[in-house]
Design a protein around this ligand. Structure first.
Ligand SMILES: [Fe+2]
Ligand SMILES: [Fe+2]
Length: 215
């Protein structure tokens, strides 16, 4: 691997490692606010998995001779901003969780095709966990859409605001460090996976395509 793509891969692994840490923190916080015992247990199990993912990506960075703290640093502010928002509307929260888990899955599916065999094997174990998270987020959202008034219309608004928020916080494709993702390889596949994933997931919940102009 050449110098530029090694640097880019370190940046991408730094972004993913920090994203996993934010996912862990978010689930711990959510578990703390959950009254239902069974649901709380499930969230704490997921939180433990996210911590395992974080540590695994940190270990991969160390194996490459990189400094994990340094690799994560540029992503702290955008990801803290992105995860810092919250809504009192249950549909907003459920749509953001559903699409957020989905983007993470799509990103990992791309990442496993551009990394070394050891990292790919680790990512496969991460994807196995994330599939459960996505399934849980999907069930939650479907339940709300079936029971809340104007569910699908509100979900459509929530999807639009989530995408706008992702772009504005610098955590998405408009972010200052997105170039690193492109340099790692297969940029077209990456963009198609993410945009295609949004469209497919919105269609899956009966929400018409949401148009967002990518800068
Ligand atoms: Fe994860
Ligand atoms: Fe997850």
């Amino acid at each position: 691997m050449g110098g530029m793509s090694r640097t880019a891969l370190i940046q991408v692994l730094g972004a993913v490692a920090y994203g996993e840490l934010k996912a862990h923190e978010g689930l711990v916080a959510e578990a703390g606010e959950t009254a239902d015992e069974q649901e709380r247990e499930r969230l704490l199990t997921f939180a433990g998995q996210e911590l395992r993912h974080h540590r695994g990506f940190v270990a991969r960075l160390e194996a490459m001779g990189a400094d994990p703290e340094r690799a994560m640093r540029p992503y702290r502010r955008p990801l803290d901003t992105y995860h810092g928002r919250s809504s009192s509307d249950a549909i907003d929260e459920a749509v953001w969780a559903y699409l957020g888990e989905g983007v993470a899955d799509d990103l990992l599916e791309w990442l496993r095709t551009v990394v070394d065999a050891d990292t790919a094997a680790f990512i496969d174990t991460v994807i196995a966990d994330e599939e459960q998270h996505e399934e849980h987020a999907t069930d939650e959202l479907r339940h709300l859409l079936d029971t809340e008034p104007d569910g699908r219309q509100r979900a459509r608004r929530a999807a639009r605001s989530m995408i706008a928020h992702m772009l504005a916080s610098g955590a998405g494709p408009a972010g200052p460090r997105f170039a690193a993702f492109v340099q790692v390889g297969k940029p077209v596949e990456l963009v198609l996976r993410i945009t295609g994933g949004f469209a497919r997931r919105l269609a899956a919940i009966g929400v018409a395509p949401v148009s967002v102009a990518l800068p």
